[in-house]
Write a protein that binds this ligand. Structure first.
Ligand code: ATP
Ligand code: MG
Length: 423
């Protein structure tokens, strides 16, 4: 497959052509598969609109078939734009083939050459987000994307995942940071790490960053915090990874009300596809509230008795707090520490009644080196099998199908939302 542009484009144009106050499209990734180079140019020109300033966009050749080939072995972005030259009666079938290789959360916009109301209705009914008739303007394309991702009634784009340790030091921060790294490098999704351990957090250290501002500034601003302020407070840790770091100063105490993080979290969800919450090992009102409201809870535990007791308590409590939401899942860390007696991982998981989504071995040298260098495990040891475990956890928490090769099952159960309605 030849790429018209292999590097994601982000707009560097100053604010110009839209009304003040118009909402920016969140930090999503968009991949477009075009049949004509003019269409690719049209899509690329959309990136100059200010609303697109946070979006990463790539354009490729090949239309629907090109997209199907690509996503057989690659993760899907937040939005796929496909141009098609097919006849109206062939389009739904071709899109079904695309659906089979797409992740459930991916949206699809179709650019077609046929102005046909029946086709439009059928595609919208089947879950396609928009059908735009060519020739179209860049404004029409940006308008459709804005409507999908930034309108008043658009669902928040961000998926929130909270990592918490069953016992202090079990490794939830290390797992959270490395999983964010896997999401960024393997899935190429933008993620934001919130270091909620305001007094002692390690996100800054682990990514070798010491930004002057972070999460505490957003919380202290109370009602004044908005998207622009949040953007200023974030620091970039790596490609696709932003941080809201903890101040890690002890000149005050960090006592928050139950819902004090709510507004900041909502803002984060409006701008970032993945929000990774590094939650301290503590039990107060806001920790409980956070665990009750995030999309996924990951409990990180070491395979010993105190961790087992605490993990069981945590899992039972989280399940009771959110009976209709995703059940918490379990990661066992520091497994097979030399000379340490331990509880068998499968038995541990079944006592806690949680799905075991990853087991990470104890490796003092590797983790010590990574921590001291302010690097992720994949940076210190790219070929270590531990990275596969972080990858598998990242697939799980982002709601993707966990396959090692990145290939996808075509089971109807896993059809993305854009065709589920028909299935
Ligand atoms: N698999 C591992 N093998 C060896 N050391 C590890 C492993 N995972 C994490 N560590 C080390 O364990 C220490 C504690 O990890 P981390 O800070 O992630 O724990 P935590 O659960 O976030 O702690 P807290 O609950 O206090 O927030 C760190 O020094 C980290 O480098
Ligand atoms: Mg921690």
């Amino acid at each position: 497959m030849s790429f018209l542009s292999s590097e994601p484009k982000r707009s560097e144009e100053p604010a110009a052509d839209i009304a003040p106050g118009a909402r920016l499209i969140p930090r999503i990734t968009i991949q477009a598969f075009c049949e004509h180079s003019q269409t690719a140019q049209l899509v690329e020109s959309a990136i100059h609109d200010r609303r697109m300033s946070k979006v990463a966009l790539t354009t490729h050749n090949g239309g629907i078939d090109g997209a199907v080939e690509t996503y057989k072995s690659n993760p899907t972005p937040n939005l796929i734009i496909v141009e098609t030259l097919l006849a109206p009666d062939e389009i739904p079938g071709a899109l079904e083939r695309l659906a089979e290789v797409c992740d459930a959360s991916t949206r699809v916009v179709v650019l077609g050459h046929v102005n046909d109301v029946l086709l439009y209705r059928e595609l919208i009914r089947s879950g396609i987000s928009e059908y735009i008739v060519l020739p179209a303007t860049a404004q029409q394309i940006v308008g459709a994307i804005t409507e999908l991702f930034a309108s008043e009634n658009a669902a928040p784009i961000g998926r929130t995942v909270g990592f918490v340790s069953a016992k202090g030091g079990a490794g939830s921060s290390t797992v959270a940071h490395n999983v964010a790294w896997a999401i960024a490098t393997v899935l190429r999704q933008d993620s934001l790490i919130l270091d909620m351990d305001l007094a002692f957090g390690t996100a800054g250290l682990n990514f070798n960053q010491d930004p002057p501002h972070g999460l505490a500034d957003a919380l202290m601003a109370n009602q004044k915090v908005d998207q622009t302020m949040l953007d200023r407070l974030m620091s970039k840790a790596a490609n696709h990874i932003s941080l809201l770091t903890a101040p890690v100063t002890l000149d005050r105490t960090y006592d928050f009300e139950e819902r004090e993080f709510e507004q900041v979290l909502e803002l984060c969800q409006n701008t970032m596809p993945m929000v990774v919450l590094d939650i301290p090992h503590a039990w107060n009102a806001w920790v409980r509230q956070t665990l009750a409201t995030v999309d996924e809870v990951v409990i990180v535990a070491e395979p010993d008795l105190a961790n087992l007791r605490n993990a069981k308590n945590l899992a039972d409590t989280v399940r009771a707090l959110r009976p209709t939401e995703n059940a918490p899942c379990l990661v066992l860390n520091k497994v097979a520490m030399p000379r340490r007696p331990e509880i068998n991982p499968a038995e541990f998981a079944s006592s806690v009644e949680c799905q075991l989504i990853g087991q990470l071995p104890f490796d003092a040298a590797l983790f010590g080196t990574a921590a001291n260098n302010g690097q992720m495990i994949a940076e210190v040891a790219a070929n270590n099998k531990i990275n596969d475990v972080y990858r598998a956890i990242s697939m799980h928490v982002t709601g993707r199908q966990a396959t090692h090769a990145g290939g996808k099952s075509s089971s109807l159960m896993k059809l993305p939302s854009f065709l589920k309605k028909r299935a």
